[in-house]
Design a protein around this ligand. Sequence first.
Ligand SMILES: [Zn+2]
Ligand SMILES: [Zn+2]
Length: 303
Amino acid sequence: MGHGAAGACNHIVLRYARMVAAHPWIAARAVDHRCVGLRSVASNSFAGVQLLLVGSQKALLIDTGAVADPAKMPLAQTILSLLPLKNGGRLPLLIVHTHRHRDHYAGDIQFASAPDVQIVAPDLAAVRAFFQFDHWPEGVAHLDVGDRMVDVIPTPGHEAAHIAFYDERTALLLSGDLLLPGRLTLEDTAADGKSVARVIEFLAGRPLAHILGGHIERDAAGRTYAQGSTYHPNERALELSRQDLLTLPVALSTFNGFYASHENYSITHPMHNLLLLLFAVFALVAMIVFACRRWWKRRRQHG
Ligand SMILES: [Zn+2]
Ligand SMILES: [Zn+2]
């Protein structure tokens, strides 16, 4: 890979991804202030990843995590303290989100009164307007933060306003909940398949250091942690590869609609599973009612 910023960032990401927190939060920073990853395992079960990309004109924070209370996870304080100075003040901060799930934007509130902070709301209308996606979900937006270009790719499927980010400086793809080492939960399977194809096409011919998703939900042996677990012993690394992305189209096209496990991720469709559960409960109740009626009938016939 051979780039200083990328090396520092990946080192940090690797290091904190493997840490199991005994502390309420984990914060990490790269030596050169260019690419910083933050994460909190102990304060919330989502243990989401937030990434700060620093340009010469502004800094870009992607996702603000699941914790609104700064006493539990001092995200704003930490991020603002990492920003380099420029013209006697801090570098302006732009906050964007991979998608509109609360575990990715709950920390926004911590930045509410901070000066020089712009927050793009995570809903589809705001995302489309800010990045000027005229043909959503087609097209790629280019965000220039000063000597650093970040490409933004529409990736609905997990959630309708999902976007992925490609940092040209580090060749990192920040894939949010589209692709992560754990559960890929689908809201719209067809849209997700198209999004994956879009990302594969975008990355063709471009360098790719790693794919960094929004969560780590598996241990080093490939076992998925229980849902809601705040204890992640022996976590695997966050990084996924181009190969993991390239296996996704087949994994999605052969998906049975409920659950499938693959080498570095599993695929689930929560709504389908809920409907299946409701159907099973309904069938069970119907069987019990039928059995009771038969028993009652027999009793009356013999009594
Ligand atoms: Zn999500
Ligand atoms: Zn998430």
